[in-house]
Design a protein around this ligand. Structure first.
Ligand code: NAD
Length: 370
C-alpha cells in the first residue's frame, strides 16, 4: 500500500472540469490497488489572482511543498492577458513554480493510440511503425534564461547603429545542467527501447558543442547499453515530420525542445490527448496536460479530459513508482477509444458516438474497475 499527498491545482478555463475527471480516475486506481491518495486543492492562475491579487499565492506554494507531487490543470485566459507580466497566470504562476521546485526535466510523450491513428496529421504509410516518442526537454536553462548584453554585428557598425534598436538573447548551458538532463534521458531510455537521440545545433552554436560533448561522454561512461545518436535540430524536425517511427527517446535543450515537442504533438492529431511531466532531481514533479485552458470551450462539458487523466498516469509512474497502475490507466484510455467513444475534438458527435467530459471520465473509471 502506498500513501501519497497530491497538491491539486485545477486553474482556469477547462482546468477544473478536466481535473475532476483526472481525480476520479486516480481514486479508482487507489481503490483497486489499495493505495491512499490525499488531495490538497489550491488556487492557481487567474482564479487565484481574482481571489487574492496574485496568480501563485504563498499558500499554494506551501501546499505544493507539503505534497509528494503537483497535479496541475491549466491556467490563463483573455481576462488576465493584459496584466503586468509577473501577474499573468502563465508568467506569474507556471514559470515561478518550475523555478521554485527546480523542475528542469520536461517529459512529453507523443503517442498515437491505435484507435486514433486515422486522426493523425501524417500520412498513414509514414506511421506504419506507429508513434511512441518520449521528448525530454531541458526546462530551466538555455536561451530562455540567459541574460543578454550583446549587440548584433550589423548594429555595432555605427552606420546601422543609428538606425534602430537592438537586443540579444544568450544561450548558456553548463556541464552540470547537461549532465543531469542526460541522466534523466538515459534512465528513460533504459526503461524503453534503449535508443536515445540527442538534438542540438553543434555545427553553429558553442553551447551545442558542449551539449554534444557532455551527452556523448555521459552515455559512454554511465550507460554504454544505450544506443546514442546525434541530430542537428533542423534535420530532427524534418525527421519527426517524415519518419517519426525511428525515434524512441529524444533529449534536447529548452528552445529546441519547445519547438520539437509541439511538432511531435501536432502530428499525433489531438492536443487533448497529450500529457506532460516536469521533474526535479528528487523525482518530485508537476503533471499537466500539454494544452492550455481552452477558454473557448470552458464550462460546456465538451473538453477532452484524457490528457489530464494521462498526466495522472505519468505522476504514478515517475513520482510514485507505480508502473502497473500507470499502465492500467493507459490501457483503460485505449479501451474506451477502442469502444468508439470520443469527445468532440476527436470527432465525437460526427464520425463517432459523442462522449461529454464527464462521460469520458466515467468510462475510463469503469474500465479500470472491470
Ligand atoms: P489552448 O491549448 O488552450 O487551446 C487551443 C485550441 O485547442 C482551442 O481551440 C481549444 O478549444 C482546443 N483544446 C485545448 N485543449 C482541449 C481539450 N482538452 N479538449 C478539447 N479541445 C481542446 O491554447 P490557447 O487557446 O492558445 O490558450 C488559451 C489560454 O491557455 C491562454 O491564456 C494561454 O496562455 C494558456 N495556456 C496555458 C498553458 C498551461 O497552463 N500550461 C499552456 C498553454 C496555453
Amino acid at each position: 500500500m502506498v500513501e501519497k499527498t497530491v497538491a491539486v491545482l485545477p486553474g482556469d478555463g477547462i482546468g477544473p472540469e478536466i481535473m475532476t475527471q483526472g481525480l476520479r480516475v486516480l481514486s479508482a486506481v487507489a481503490e483497486k490497488y489499495g493505495h491512499e491518495f490525499k488531495y490538497h486543492p489550491a488556487l492557481v492562475g487567474g482564479v487565484a489572482y481574482e481571489r487574492g491579487g496574485h496568480p501563485l499565492p504563498e499558500k499554494t506554494i506551501k501546499t505544493c511543498r507539503d505534497s509528494d507531487a503537483i497535479y496541475f490543470g491549466a491556467v490563463g485566459g483573455p481576462k488576465w492577458a493584459n496584466l503586468p507580466a509577473e501577474l499573468t497566470p502563465e508568467k506569474g504562476a507556471l514559470l515561478p513554480l518550475r523555478k521554485i521546485f527546480d523542475l528542469y526535466a520536461n517529459l512529453r510523450p507523443a503517442v498515437i493510440f491505435g484507435p486514433l491513428a486515422d486522426a493523425a496529421s501524417l500520412r498513414q504509410d509514414r506511421l506504419t511503425r506507429g508513434l511512441d516518442i518520449l521528448i525530454i526537454r531541458e526546462l530551466t536553462g538555455g536561451i530562455y534564461f540567459g541574460n543578454g548584453k550583446l549587440s548584433s554585428p550589423i548594429l555595432l557598425d555605427s552606420e546601422y547603429n543609428a538606425k534602430g534598436e537592438n537586443t540579444a538573447d544568450v544561450m548558456v548551458y553548463s556541464e552540470p545542467e547537461i549532465r543531469r538532463i542526460a541522466e534523466v534521458a538515459c534512465n528513460a531510455a533504459m526503461k524503453r527501447n534503449r535508443k536515445l537521440t540527442s538534438v542540438d545545433k553543434a555545427n553553429v552554436l558553442d553551447s551545442s558543442k558542449l551539449w554534444r560533448k557532455i551527452v556523448s561522454e555521459y552515455v559512454e561512461r554511465r550507460y554504454p547499453e544505450v544506443d546514442l545518436n546525434h541530430l542537428y535540430v533542423d534535420n530532427a524536425a524534418m525527421q519527426i515530420a517524415t519518419n517519426p517511427g525511428q525515434f524512441d527517446v529524444i533529449v534536447t535543450g529548452n528552445m529546441f525542445g519547445d519547438i520539437l515537442s509541439d511538432l511531435a504533438s501536432a502530428i499525433t492529431g489531438s492536443i487533448g490527448m497529450l500529457p506532460s511531466a516536469s521533474l526535479n532531481e528528487s523525482g518530485f514533479g508537476l503533471y499537466e496536460p500539454v494544452h492550455g485552458s481552452a477558454p473557448d470551450i470552458a464550462g460546456k462539458e465538451i473538453a477532452n479530459p484524457l490528457a489530464q487523466i494521462l498526466s495522472g498516469a505519468m505522476m504514478l509512474r515517475h513520482s510514485f513508482n507505480l508502473e502497473e497502475e500507470a499502465k492500467d490507466i493507459e490501457r483503460a484510455v485505449e479501451n474506451v477509444l477502442d469502444e468508439g467513444y470520443r469527445t468532440r475534438d476527436l470527432g465525437g458527435g460526427t464520425k463517432f458516438p459523442f462522449a461529454s467530459t464527464s462521460e469520458m471520465g466515467r468510462r475510463v473509471v469503469d474500465n479500470i474497475r472491470n
